[in-house]
Design a protein around this ligand. Structure first.
Ligand code: BG6
Length: 518
């Protein structure tokens, strides 16, 4: 029998401020991959932050599941130290002790059926001890290769069966599949043991305030929606720039590459929220229906399109944020002749009435000069330069930029008269910065996702058809790139904005990438 976990500690008294959401209901969060990086860096700090914001039930417990052979006490000790290291702000020692006191551990191999028997035994004990009412929130923070098998084994062990008002949910980290065929197969495997309403496919971009704000901005303000279409918008650019290389993830990353790692998930979330039709409500089904429609409306690439509208790059050595950094091929876990891309640029078209003819330019890469994420909406120019007999011969286009990271906010660029006797027009900006209005709150980005998952709200998670639609768009690009491995890698220096071909991709349409201050 598993050891009985520590029973003594009570949650520090809750001070319920009015207007805040209710604490989540009783449950046990069961983390497969409990000894991994994500658990230490994001999940535990997020749980602590939720407890601090009074959003965690007093009847809450955690069971870590991992391959190491730890006792409950050893695991608690490790997680307590990690929590100190990765906490996002000053910690209340009583609260962190409360959280850690509710943690248990089960060790074993994920493919071993006996592991699930031990998990079930531990859950039964923890459930009684902490009054978690048989509600289990499984979180698969493991390598994706285990997802299907863990789901099946949870099913076989009877752990995901919902009865007598108990709920059972399973969160799947990304990537969900590595192409359309594997994503479909994984969906089939998972949906044999779980109902879609028990499946939570995570994309941490949806945990970002500014990403959620795209919908609020579009659908709670009357003045933007009427111009949010092909009649007024010239094109949209999405940039997700990172300064980091592949760090310690060379092994995973070299199998995936930037296209798989970033596009069907994070970038397509930004595309779909920016372009979807207004949902009939903010229920998860209505929001997902509209996102799914947009993903299905992205014009499919044929092989010829891939050659014209998709660019790949791989970083060589260079200087990034003032530091000399090695080439991708010299990173730990990366083969010296790797053909894996660390940068992509794409041009997409969306085949519906709102967006017909409006190009979407997407770029993302590692070892770029600055960590920076934005969605830039470029409007069409004024139809005519009206300033006859003045030096004004050209007008800039209006631009609305949604800043997602590291600054969070919006800016609108428009033309204004430059003071003086002569008629001159210059670009000026109106800026809204989230932190100026709402202050900053340190968080990991996982808080809202965990809270929603425990509350059973799937809006910020991905439905099966959305994941598959994302893969369907990138699959032809993956196929062509596989058939024609890049011959010119590395083709951009670390600390630059990517390969020259990326400029060519947008320049062919007579446009250019927005200049981002470094
Ligand atoms: C992850 C990718 O999903 O997102 C990483 O696997 C990437 O390669 C990361 O670095 C970027 O996330 P963020 O929140 O830092 O933009």
């Amino acid at each position: 029998m598993p050891q009985t976990p520590n029973l003594e500690r009570e949650m520090p008294a809750l001070d319920q401020s009015s207007g805040s959401p209710p604490p989540s209901g009783p449950c046990i969060m069961v983390i497969f991959g409990g000894t991994g990086d994500l658990t230490a860096r994001k999940l535990f700090p997020a749980l602590y932050n939720l407890a601090k914001s009074k959003l965690l039930s007093p009847d809450f417990a955690v069971v870590g599941v991992g391959r190491n052979d730890y006792t409950h006490e050893q695991y608690r000790q490790i997680m307590s130290e990690k929590l100190q290291t990765f906490a996002t702000g000053a910690m209340d020692p009583e609260l962190s002790k409360w959280l850690i006191s509710r943690v248990s551990y089960v060790g074993g191999e994920f493919h071993d059926p006996q592991l699930y028997t031990r998990v079930a035994q531990t859950l039964a004990v923890v459930d009684k001890t902490y009054n978690t009412q048989g509600n289990y929130f499984f979180y698969l923070a493991t390598s994706p290769s285990f997802f299907g098998n863990i789901a099946e084994q949870l099913g076989a062990a009877g752990l995901v069966c919902e009865k007598d008002g108990q709920w059972r949910r399973v969160v799947f980290e990304k990537p969900f599949g590595n192409d359309l065929v594997s994503a479909r197969a994984l969906n089939r495997q998972v949906l044999k043991v779980l109902h879609e309403n028990q499946v939570f496919r995570i994309d941490h971009y949806l945990g970002k305030e500014t990403v959620q704000n795209i919908l609020v901005f579009r659908f709670s303000n009357g003045i933007f929606e009427p111009i949010w279409n092909r009649r007024y918008i010239d094109h949209i650019q999405i940039t997700v720039a990172e300064t980091v290389g592949v760090e310690k993830r060379g092994g995973y990353f070299d199998m995936a590459g930037t296209l798989r790692d970033m596009v069907p998930n994070h970038l397509f979330q930004l595309v779909s929220l920016t372009t979807m039709e207004p949902p009939i409500s903010f229920s998860s089904g209505s929001v997902h229906d509209e996102q799914s429609k947009i993903l299905h409306a992205i014009q499919p690439f044929d092989a010829e399109d891939v050659l014209h509208y998709a660019v790949r790059g791989q970083y060589g050595p260079g200087v990034c944020k003032g530091e000399r950094v090695p080439a991708y091929r010299a990173e730990e876990g990366v083969p010296p002749d790797s053909k894996t891309e660390t940068f992509i640029a794409l041009r997409l078209m969306i085949d519906n009435w709102r967006w017909a003819g409006v190009p979407f330019y997407l770029r993302t890469g590692k070892r770029l000069p600055r960590r920076y994420t934005e969605v830039a909406v470029q409007f069409k120019r004024a139809p005519l330069v009206l300033f006859r007999d003045t030096p004004v011969s050209n007008l800039d286009a209006n631009q609305l930029v949604i800043h997602i990271a590291p600054d969070e906010g919006l800016s609108l660029r428009f033309g204004a008269k430059v003071p003086g006797a002569q008629m001159k027009v210059g670009p000026v900006e109106m800026n809204f910065n989230y932190s100026d209005y709402f202050g900053t709150s340190a968080n990991t980005g996982y808080e809202v996702l965990l809270y929603d998952g425990i509350m059973g709200d799937q809006t910020l998670y991905q439905r099966a058809d959305m994941v598959e639609a994302g893969w369907a768009v990138v699959d032809p690009v993956l196929d062509v790139w596989k058939a024609l491995p890049a011959r010119n890698f590395p083709n951009y220096a670390s600390g630059s904005w990517g390969p020259e071909e990326a400029n060519g991709l947008i320049a062919r349409d007579g446009r250019s990438w927005r200049k981002i201050a470094e």
